[in-house]
Design a binder for this molecule. Structure first.
Ligand code: FES
Length: 459
């Protein structure tokens, strides 16, 4: 089993398991940064909030497997957005991320974050073309980045764009900090409390099938929404898996980097107990479709040694990210008919700053206050052409993999979400579902939804 650098020696936050049924104004399902930050913002406004996390701690699942980059530079997203949205809408996305980051850092002590420059770079001609378009988009949107060939990287780049004054964090410690603030403001956080049923008509969720939490508003902050079928997110989200490594190094970088080449590479450093670590990752594929994931780690490990002259990484972990067809997350009411049920998903590998934006949007909606980014993040937005194409592809893929899909692996257990065949992931020692990204440990326990029940490994 692989190990995230962020989970090594973290401070423990002791939280209880839900032991009795209860009522609340807002029930949040999921204890990653989205759920925690939303709980904090709502509790600060005096709202009665209950947060339910299925794992043994908050901030350790998706958040604890991220890169820890807190930046509005989301690879080459702005040229993509200008292809699908207006200039005003693309600028709103940038502004929303900048202001959400600034607001969240105001309540975080200086030891919880570092100011760095963010670079997106290319080492191939194809990547350079992508960055030429991205540099134009920066000019159009008046984003304060600039092109440069000077980086700290030990190889030449053909192009790069530096966006100064961005941040990096220890994602789990940052989430735990906000969990403590949320509790201080009166939010009730529970761990080991897995929601197994969402009964929207009853305005209740069920934990472990018997305890009931009744709500006025429900926030599904589970990364991949467990009630996704309602808003057809099942057919709109594709899930990508990518890989990360960390190894001891002697000095910290002043920047954090991501390439737009194929395969992409992400680079940053982190100081853990006064020891600098070099974090290097990349290479993504559709989640649940690759059995030999160990080879992805091996490629990264070899590059750390050969390109950066460091020793073989001691931390290896992978991350999973739902992606939307138009590159913007889905944050807001799950359908227009269920305005009191909210989702936050589709962060496309940029979940830390988007978690903070999501917390603000959902809090504003519940408090009936406007938020400048609520329309562009609305899950009901209509990007008809690209979204329909995505839906047809994903529905076709799911149908092909239901129950008896993987003919060569009929011995693989069926996913407890909708019955697709899972695949064994040898690098992480998990059962991964190719249809909507559910993951299970080697004993069949749920690591990541939308599935909520463990695998039956005996049948
Ligand atoms: Fe939907 Fe497995 S995650 S069938």
């Amino acid at each position: 089993m692989q190990n995230s650098l962020w989970l090594a020696g973290i401070e423990k936050l002791t939280l209880n398991k839900l032991s009795t049924s209860l009522n609340c104004d807002v029930c949040i399902v999921g204890g990653g940064l989205t759920g925690i930050y939303t709980a904090y913002l709502l509790a600060k406004k005096g709202v009665n909030v209950v947060l339910l996390e299925g794992n043994s701690s908050v901030g350790i699942a998706t958040t604890g497997h991220s890169t820890g980059k807190l930046t509005p530079q989301h690879d080459a997203v702005f040229s993509k957005l200008l292809g699908a949205f207006s200039e005003d809408e693309a600028r709103i996305y940038y502004d929303a991320n900048v202001s959400a980051i600034e607001a969240a850092l105001q309540n975080a002590s200086i030891d919880l974050y570092q100011k760095v420059d963010s670079y997106v770079f290319a080492t191939t001609e194809q990547g350079k073309k992508t960055l030429d378009d991205e540099a134009e988009a920066y000019k159009t949107l008046k984003i304060p980045g600039y092109e440069t060939l000077e980086t700290e990287l030990p190889f030449d780049v053909l192009s790069s764009i530096n966006l100064p004054n961005t941040f990096q964090i220890h994602p789990t410690n940052f989430a735990l900090h906000y969990a403590k603030l949320a509790i201080k403001e009166g939010a009730n956080l529970y761990v080991n409390s897995r929601v197994t049923k969402v009964a929207i008509d009853e305005k209740a969720v069920y934990v472990d099938d018997d305890l009931q939490v009744s709500f006025n508003h429900l926030v599904l902050a589970t990364h991949y929404p467990i009630e996704a079928v309602k808003g057809l997110q099942l057919a709109k989200l594709s899930v990508e898996r990518s890989y990360l490594t960390a190894t001891k190094t002697s000095e910290m970088l002043k920047g954090q980097y991501i390439s737009v080449d194929t395969p992409s590479r992400t680079i940053r450093t982190a100081l853990i107990n006064n020891q600098p670590y070099f974090i290097y990752g990349g290479s993504s594929h559709k989640a649940g479709t690759i059995e030999d994931t160990q080879s992805y780690y091996e490629v990264l490990q070899n590059e750390v040694v050969s390109k950066f002259d460091l020793s073989k990484p001691e931390f290896l972990w992978s991350a999973q990210d739902p992606d939307t067809a138009d590159s913007l997350p889905y944050v807001g009411p799950i359908t227009e008919n269920e305005p009191n049920v909210y989702i936050a998903t589709g962060y496309r590998k940029w979940g830390l700053s988007n978690s903070l934006v999501a917390g603000e949007i959902i809090t504003s909606a519940i408090l009936k206050e406007p938020h400048p980014a609520s329309d562009i993040y609305n899950p009901a937005r209509n990007q008809f052409g690209s979204t329909m194409l995505r839906m047809l592809n994903l529905i076709g893929f799911t149908v092909a993999n239901l129950a008896d899909g993987y003919i060569t692996r009929l011995d693989a257990p069926k996913c407890t979400h909708l019955g697709c065949r899972t695949r064994w992931n040898d690098g992480d020692e998990t059962w991964d579902c190719p249809c909507h990204g559910s993951r299970f440990d080697k004993f069949g326990n749920v690591i990541e939804g939308p599935a909520v029940y463990p695998l039956d490994l005996k049948s």
